[in-house]
Design a binder for this molecule. Structure first.
Ligand code: ZN
Ligand code: ZN
Length: 410
């Protein structure tokens, strides 16, 4: 058995070597909450050990961020200073790799006026558009990874004492991220390979349509003629491979912008900016969300869908087998990175340009012509369960089962 510190170092090494695959002489920028300081320090050590030129850490604090959302004047929430934007754009131009240490405190923003929250988020998205667009085409490597924090652990294991819950969550993260294996780095390379093979099969078959059937769900999704199935394994502009989410269990592509019809019911709550949205049900016609309901958190769902024109449509179709280690826990983690990898999901809003053949080099207009949806929002919601069947239809009308009772069928 390895000690906690050894596991933590391996988890950091995984982020640096497999996640962003940091190259000697490259810059690294890390965005992280203060609660994750222990893990971030480990990341910084591993980054310099791998030959980083410079590591920049952007700290933020949940508590002060919340105070601002509650107390700052309306105008200030819509005002993103230029110096902040240019810092991120400069790092992007310098091809800095980017790690988002994602450890949101569940329920943090529950008392924030949804209108103020939405206008603050929208201002951020607008200001950071160039950085976001560069991320969507993996200009340089990036990664989202989650360390355990006391607030997150308390949400996942509410019946346990704080310290016990925190240790429990760390153990679970190490297990689900294969850190408990003899050779975690090797295990990841192999797993990412397997997902790549599934994506390759789907790409070879050039399916035209997917049919989702499950309790409350009957949805038909058309795929653009030049769609590309991907795994979280990407290559940056210079061809350096990286894995943008850890853990990852999905293969995904994009739906045709106006080719989604039917009704879909979420199988798990969505934790959006600290608000829990439960019982989501969407009805789509020709790609557009024409009706939506939620049993809880409807306001937050509305603010997502009303972000812009593109947020009324879908931008991602992802398949995850129910026998993935995360799904096998049967547990909700209140963290999208974990929950989306426990379940098939769809995203409201933006589609990755790289999901279109040659999309990396296309203009917005060309991408739209290929059937890609564009939005400032990209929010995943989970629809997988042991009762979900997904069937693909090929060009000649032949049917191929992709998932049966939630599990890989190919
Ligand atoms: Zn996804
Ligand atoms: Zn997504």
């Amino acid at each position: 058995m390895r000690s906690f510190d050894e596991n933590l170092s391996l988890y950091a090494k995984l982020a640096i070597e497999v996640g962003v695959n940091l190259q000697p002489g490259q810059r690294l920028s890390i965005g992280a909450p203060l609660q994750a300081a222990g893990y971030v320090r480990s990341l910084v050590r591993q980054a310099y050990a791998a030959g980083a030129y410079d590591v920049h850490v952007d700290w933020h604090d949940d508590e002060t961020g919340l105070t601002r959302l509650l107390m700052a004047p309306d105008a200030a929430l819509r005002d993103v200073p230029n110096w902040l934007v240019s810092k991120h754009e400069t790092l992007m131009e310098q091809r800095a790799a980017r790690i988002s240490v994602y450890a949101p405190t569940p329920g943090l923003l529950k008392d924030v006026d949804p209108k103020r929250l939405a206008s603050s988020t929208l201002a951020q998205q607008k200001a950071m558009k160039r950085v976001q667009d560069a991320t969507m085409v993996t200009k340089s490597s990036w990664l989202v990874i989650s360390p355990a924090t006391p607030a997150w652990a308390a949400e996942v294991y509410p019946d346990e004492a704080p310290e016990e819950a925190l240790n429990h969550l760390w153990d679970e993260i190490f297990r689900l991220c294969r850190i408990d294996r003899d050779d975690p780095i090797g295990a990841w390379r192999e797993h990412v390979e397997d997902l790549g093979r599934r994506a390759a099969f789907l790409n070879e078959r050039r399916f035209r349509r997917l049919h989702y059937e499950g309790p409350g769900t009957d949805l038909r999704i058309e795929l653009p003629p030049r769609h590309v199935w991907q795994s979280a394994r990407e290559t940056d502009e210079l061809g350096v491979p990286c894995v943008v989410n850890l853990p990852t269990e999905e293969v995904f592509t994009l739906p045709t912008r106006d080719g989604v019809d039917g009704t879909v019911v979420a199988s798990m709550p969505l934790n959006y900016e600290g608000v829990t949205v439960e019982g989501i049900r969407l009805t789509l016609r020709r790609g557009e969300i024409v009706d939506y309901t939620a049993e809880k958190g409807l306001e937050a769902l509305r603010s997502i869908i009303e972000t812009d024109e593109g947020a009324r449509r879908l931008g991602e179709v992802a398949l995850v087998s129910q026998d993935s280690p995360i799904a096998a826990t049967g547990r909700l983690f209140y963290n999208t990175l974990y929950d989306e990898n426990s379940s098939c999901h769809l995203a409201i809003g933006d589609a990755y340009p790289t999901c279109i053949e040659g999309g990396r080099d296309m203009s917005e207009e060309e991408l739209t012509a290929e059937g890609r949806n564009h939005s400032m929002a990209h929010v995943d919601f989970m629809i997988g369960s042991d009762r979900l069947n997904v069937t693909a239809e090929d060009a000649s009308g032949g049917l191929v089962p992709l998932l049966r009772e939630g599990r890989w069928a190919f």
